[in-house]
Write a protein that binds this ligand. Sequence first.
Ligand code: FE2
Ligand code: FE2
Length: 370
Amino acid sequence: MKDLTHSADAATVEEALAADNHQGVVDSEGATALAMQNTLLTPRFYTTDFDEMDAIDVSGVREDWDKLIDQMKSDPNKGHFKKNEDWDHIDWDGMEPKLKAEFIDFLVSSCTAEFSGCVLYKEMKRRGNNEDIVTLFQLMARDEARHAGFINDALREAGIAVNLGFLTQKKKYTYFRPKFIYYATYLSEKIGYARYITIYRHLEANPEHRFHPIFKWFKEWCNDEFSHGEAFALLMKTDPKLTSGVNVLWIKFFLTAVYATMYVRDHQRPAFHKALGVDPDWYAHEVFTKTSTISKQVFPITLDIDHPRWQKGLEALQRANVDLADAKKTGNVFKRVSASTRAAIAFVGLFTIPAVKHQVPVSTRLEPAY
Ligand SMILES: [Fe+2]
Ligand SMILES: [Fe+2]
């Protein structure tokens, strides 16, 4: 029987979250517990000063703003994020156990990240009075609810589901000032685009590595993320202070943190990357290059990812992280302190690599070009 309602067809975030495929989800304790984790490496839920965000005046970027909102309202991806005849059957039981575990970890953490965006955007929409802001956040929340719903569809086939209602109520919310939300969310949308499109193009050229059908949906998916990133670029453009002075250091911090987190996290999934036929070091460099090129639209600096200390620093951070995980498992306090210290030193080493400066264009607007 066909789904009566599906988040993919919903016009609003409320409708999407109330759709059949978001309901009656058999909670899998393991998956929800994974999604509940709050470490430096796992997706978090955020809250912010919604009144300050509501006070943003977009009239300085009105023309680009209206175009973007019209494009999002036209909703080219309505109905897209659900299974159709392109969806292949997956033999979950026959999947190599290590790959299965890493792939489920990938799906659960992606689902949590999508839902984290949904919760934040929906809350902004609920609290706001500013027509421009409320409209944007409603549209973005709609997209993220569809993305999360679709990942949960894929997980359900493996007999797993993340209980999103439980997460909303119980997961810890981290407070970020609005400007930090802009930097972090802008980057996560753009790096999300770069990650998905890189995998999509790789599998287009090497279809024998497409071990799950969800990757076929990544192109439209990442175009949504691209638009969300565009919106945050415009929001930052409304106030030049956000991308100048001491804030450039904050931008550098967020760039370093987001790139380093991705590197460490991806290196925890060797079987997943092997199945995709992707070398995680190549993948990281590719994604950083794309994200850096895009982020020049609004950030006056990019990280020097070809600096000799960059790759070495990432590797040191990753090794420290492996040791830290071991130490936590065995309860070895000395090893834990020493691994944490090494991780901190590696991060500082990455952060202190001189950044590359450049001129930011007057108009930020970009189209997804990869
Ligand atoms: Fe998304
Ligand atoms: Fe997004």
